[in-house]
Design a binder for this molecule. Structure first.
Ligand SMILES: *[C@@H]1O[C@H](CO)[C@@H](O)[C@H](O)[C@H]1NC(C)=O
Ligand SMILES: *[C@@H]1O[C@H](CO)[C@@H](O)[C@H](O)[C@H]1NC(C)=O
Ligand SMILES: *[C@@H]1O[C@H](CO)[C@@H](O)[C@H](O)[C@H]1NC(C)=O
Ligand SMILES: *[C@@H]1O[C@H](CO)[C@@H](O)[C@H](O)[C@H]1NC(C)=O
Length: 398
């Protein structure tokens, strides 16, 4: 190949300069880069090259010793199995006055709440968590309960606890175990949900876990679950939500989600759905229940722990574009027509419920022109160039 000497010289010079510049930038911004780019690159590479995480089974398996075996049924993960403080074993069973029976429960819905969040629970009962609404308007039987621990502050605990007992006397929908309700006990709360479901509501077709600051478009969710139920494969092998693929563990000590190397040494988590709101079918709920008995629950990020359990049982999460992650859905009728969950609605649940379940919502997207209009609106709302953790651009076209 023929090349001019001077050209090479010039090229090399430019190359050298660019390399130098890049190196400088890398050195100056190393920490940011490491957090935002390198750890994700490592994680993605790992996720797509390894893609089996076989090590999880053995690494998280509980090494039962004689002492733990002696502890008998009260020993879970080498920890205690916390006793219930408030429980409703019959919540899901029996035939109610309205003819709803055990066999017909479409969805058992667990809302992860904290003892002091009275307001949020009330808003949920009045809106998307209203079982009678689902029964009378949608003809399906749903059971909604709140999952709680005890207030972590000893000074306030007894006052908050008596308010909880009072609240439960009125609504009968609290499930509480005797562990401290803290961020680092969320995995304990997750285990409680799957154990309660297994013991008291094992025949529900679907099981959902949700935060108490999300919005669930119940009519859309019920419609979707019915479609799944009547599909060929039926309510089997389903774990659906906003999927995180190849997410790297966060190693910065300041972060709430910080995970040290000795707890999880690998560069990437198995795939999992955002804990804000996800649904599993009954068979998957049973599998997760069994996994919680066999695996070490020291991983305190509950959605990651769920991913570890699912991986061990051979269950993979499925993406649904209208389950949100951390993000809040845009307020628009064209969105309400399809939305299932949206995160960050501690204060506006009531107004959003009003707006999103208004029957007039569907009129916007009716007909060819309506569909075109809504697609255009959704493209404008969802297909922005900067990263947003709400519905993806793909959602605009479904
Ligand atoms: C679970 O894992 C943690 C940290 O990796 C370890 O300290 C603990 O002993 C393990 N527990 C059991 C029961 O294996
Ligand atoms: C729940 O829904 C039913 C039926 O639609 C309605 O009559 C009732 O007022 C609702 N309850 C609350 C607390 O909003
Ligand atoms: C979780 O709850 C248990 C039981 O109340 C408590 O001993 C423990 O300190 C709590 N853990 C965290 C991290 O808050
Ligand atoms: C992990 O363990 C579960 C239950 O013991 C088993 O069913 C599964 O096949 C194991 N998975 C792998 C990849 O070894």
């Amino acid at each position: 190949m023929f090349m001019n000497f001077r050209r090479i010289h010039k090229c090399q010079c430019v190359q050298l300069l660019t390399t130098g510049l890049v190196l400088c930038v890398v050195m100056v911004c190393w920490e940011e880069l490491d957090h935002h780019v390198v750890s994700h690159m490592k994680s993605y590479t790992y996720r797509y090259l390894v893609n089996s995480y076989d090590f999880l089974n053995s690494s998280f398996a509980i090494t039962t010793n004689d002492q733990q075996r002696k502890n008998g049924p009260n020993s879970l993960n080498g920890l205690v199995n916390y006793p219930y403080v408030i429980n409703h074993p019959d919540k899901c069973g029996g035939v109610g006055g309205d003819g709803r029976s055990l066999h017909d429960v479409l969805l058992l819905l667990f809302v992860k709440s904290s003892p002091e969040n009275f307001e949020r629970r009330q808003a949920i009962r009045d809106t998307w968590g209203n079982e009678s609404f689902v029964w009378s308007e949608l003809g399906e039987s749903v059971r909604m309960v709140f999952a709680l621990g005890v207030h972590p502050d000893v000074g306030r605990r007894s006052r908050v606890q008596s308010a909880l007992l009072e609240e439960d006397k009125t609504y009968g929908d609290l499930i509480q175990q005797n562990f401290l309700d803290t961020f680092h006990n969320l995995t304990t709360k997750l285990i409680m949900q799957f154990h309660w479901g297994h013991n008291y509501c094992s025949r529900a077709h679907f099981f959902m876990s949700a935060d108490d600051d999300i919005f669930v478009h119940m009519p859309n969710l019920v419609k979707y679950l019915r479609e799944v139920l009547s599909s060929q494969s039926g309510a089997k092998d389903l774990w659906v939500g906003h999927v995180h693929r190849g997410a790297p563990p966060i190693r910065r000590k300041e972060s709430k989600y910080h995970v040290p190397y000795d707890l999880y040494p690998w560069p990437s988590y198995p795939d999992y759905t955002a804990g804000a709101g996800y649904v599993v079918s009954g068979d998957v709920a049973t599998k997760i229940y069994h996994a919680t008995l066999a695996l070490n629950s020291s991983m305190y990020i509950d959605d990651v722990f769920m991913g570890i359990c699912a991986k061990a049982m051979g269950v993979s999460p499925q993406e649904h574009v209208y389950f949100s992650g951390e993000g809040k859905a845009p307020y628009h009728p064209c969105i309400y027509d399809h939305m299932i969950t949206s995160h960050g609605h501690a204060t506006d649940v009531r107004s959003l419920w009003q707006a999103a379940t208004d029957p007039a919502v569907h009129s916007h997207s009716r007909g060819f022109i309506g569909k075109l209009y809504c697609t255009a609106v959704k493209v404008m709302l969802l297909c922005r160039p900067y990263y947003q953790n709400t519905y993806s651009c793909m959602a605009a076209f479904t």
